[in-house]
Design a protein around this ligand. Structure first.
Ligand code: 5GP
Ligand code: ZN
Length: 111
């Protein structure tokens, strides 16, 4: 099965890396929606937030540790974390990812 974000993890598709360890990869979004916009993804292929289980949830916790660490390193105190799940919610890549957006005022609720 071909998956764009699995191909980014493997290096087959180039990306602008923010962070990497054995479990997680983070890279800048190709179409930024804020002055700072990067994605944090598990290296393991998990289709969406709706596919998190007791067996794979540890990597989700790790994603949030990485989000806290990277935002701290970038000097970001105010940021938004978003995960779209399903087409109606705006998910366009079926590999779990957390958007991290910062650097501008955010509105609520999101559109
Ligand atoms: P979603 O729409 O699934 O919530 O988020 C997918 C995100 O992946 C979008 O913000 C989109 O701009 C980003 N994206 C799609 N293709 C690529 C790519 O090839 N490289 C990078 N860096 N980001 C991508
Ligand atoms: Zn994948």
């Amino acid at each position: 099965m071909s998956c764009l974000f699995c191909s980014i993890v493997s290096g087959d598709v180039p990306s602008n890396k923010v962070y990497e360890d054995e479990l997680v990869y983070a890279f800048y979004d190709i179409d930024p929606q804020a002055p700072v916009h990067f994605l944090v993804i598990p290296k393991e292929h998990i289709p969406s937030a709706g596919a998190v289980t007791p067996e794979n949830s540890a990597v989700v916790a790790h994603c949030f540790e990485v989000i806290a660490q990277v935002t701290r390193q970038l000097g970001l105190t105010d940021f938004r974390v978003v995960s779209n799940c399903g087409l109606q919610a705006g998910q366009s890549v079926p590999h779990l990812h957390f958007h991290v957006l910062a650097g501008r005022d955010m509105t609520w609720p999101p559109g």
